[in-house]
Each structure stands twice: as C-alpha cells, then as structure tokens.
Design a protein around this ligand. Structure first.
Ligand SMILES: Nc1nc2c(ncn2[C@@H]2O[C@H](COP(=O)(O)OP(=O)(O)OP(=O)(O)O)[C@@H](O)[C@H]2O)c(=O)[nH]1
Ligand SMILES: [Zn+2]
Length: 208
C-alpha cells in the first residue's frame, strides 16, 4: 500500500506539463497556478493577506471568462414580429468588459450594435447579452467585433447588421508603450449597411 502510494506520487511529479488540449483543470489546479503567479510576482502565497487570493482569483475568472459557458446563438432564440417597423434599431453604449488574449490584460469600452429588421426583431437586452457573451472570453478587439456582427446577421437574418467597438486596452495603458487615453475603434458593417444610403446613415448615427 505504502509502495503504491509512493509510486503514484513519483508518477504525478514526473507527469509532463498538460497540453493545451488537456481537459479543463480542476479548481485546485487553477488555484495552484495562481500561487505560482504570486511567486512569479515576487511575493509569498503563504503570507496572510494572500492566503485566500487564489480562491478569489479563480472565482473572478469564472466571471471574467463566463462567456465560454454561454451559447451566443441561443441568446437570440426568442424573436418577435417587427409590427410594421422596418428602420434602424441601434443599441448604443453597451459596456464592454473583455480580456486581451496577448497579455490577459483588461479591455474596457463600449459597443454600439445596430440592425435593419428583416422578418423578425429581437429583445434589445439580447443585443447587450450577445456583446457580453463574446466579450467575456480571451479576445482581440477585431474578433470580438466580427463575432458579434456575424452572429447577429446569421441568426436573426436582418437586412443589415453593424457593430462598432471603442475600447481602451490596459496592455497599452499600464505597460509596454504605457500610454493612457488611447482608444481603439473597430467596426463591421454587413448586409445593406455595406452599401449607400444605409452605410452613410449608420456611420452618421454612430458619429463615425
Ligand atoms: N490588433 C490588436 N492588437 C492588440 C489587441 N490587444 C492587444 N494588442 C496588441 O498585441 C500586440 C502583441 O505584440 P507583441 O510584440 O507580441 O507583444 P509585446 O512585446 O508585449 O508588445 P508591446 O505591447 O508593444 O510591448 C501588441 O502590439 C498589443 O498592443 C487587439 O485587440 N487587437
Ligand atoms: Zn494586450
């Protein structure tokens, strides 16, 4: 029994680093990784003020990366008849909270999401939920913008969809070039928004 125990410890210690395709780590493994990063920062995980930090960080990750557990297409599942309205629907200033995939630093800003109704419209809160479902993942702003616009266009099938994101990246503001106040603007115009007069219309509505 003792031999078997010693053997299993030895085996675990010599296991190779898990590949990126390995199953999701346990909570315990994730907390151990946070302790490693605390030591990398130069502090002691055993220090009293840091004892509960790994558990807190792992819980915070569940919020910051909650988008992986959501199905963005399903969020647009409930639709309504447009009741005779066929002009621009625009939800402005949706808060964007994301994390850049290069540095795992915060991205924060706003998204504007618009569409030109086709057969169906969607509850406006669902546009904000759609933004959040893609934002709460590791992202670059370009992909975030495209994923929101493409999903809206594919699932709701409006006559056009448009997404604009204006955001600041902490990886620029607090390290590297270390410049605050820099914002990145990305946009994706689909369907009728790609052509005049809708293109001019939506860009004016978004003050771009
Ligand atoms: N296109 C794009 N770039 C991003 C985004 N978020 C961060 N970046 C950039 O990703 C790049 C990564 O560049 P690297 O040279 O590999 O990393 P680095 O040495 O840390 O670069 P610096 O930030 O310039 O110090 C940086 O230029 C970041 O500014 C994003 O959403 N979109
Ligand atoms: Zn970054």
């Amino acid at each position: 029994m003792l031999d078997a125990h010693l053997h299993s410890v030895e085996t675990a210690a010599t296991l190779p680093t898990p590949s990126i395709d390995a199953p999701r780590p346990t909570r315990q493994e994730a907390e151990a990784a946070v302790r490693t990063l605390i030591r990398w920062a130069g502090d002691r995980p055993a220090r009293e003020g840091l004892l509960d930090t790994p558990a807190r960080v792992v819980r915070a990750y569940e919020e910051w990366f909650g988008g992986y557990a959501l199905d963005p297409e399903a969020l647009l599942g409930r639709t309504f008849e447009p009741a005779g309205y066929d002009d621009l629907v625009l939800l402005r200033d949706i808060p964007v909270r994301s994390v850049c995939e290069h540095h795992m630093a915060a991205i924060h800003g706003v998204a504007h999401v618009a569409y030109l109704p086709g057969e169906r419209v969607v509850g406006i809160s669902k546009l904000a939920r759609l933004v959040d479902a893609y934002a709460r993942r590791l992202q670059i702003q370009e992909r975030l913008t495209s994923e929101i616009a493409d999903t809206l266009q594919r699932v709701l099938q409006p006559r056009g969809a448009a997404v604009v994101i204006k955001a600041s990246h902490d990886c620029i503001a607090s390290r590297g070039v270390d410049m605050q106040g820099v914002t990145m603007v990305t946009r994706r115009l689909l369907g009728q928004f790609e052509h005049e007069p809708y293109r001019r219309d939506i860009l004016a509505a978004l003050e771009l």
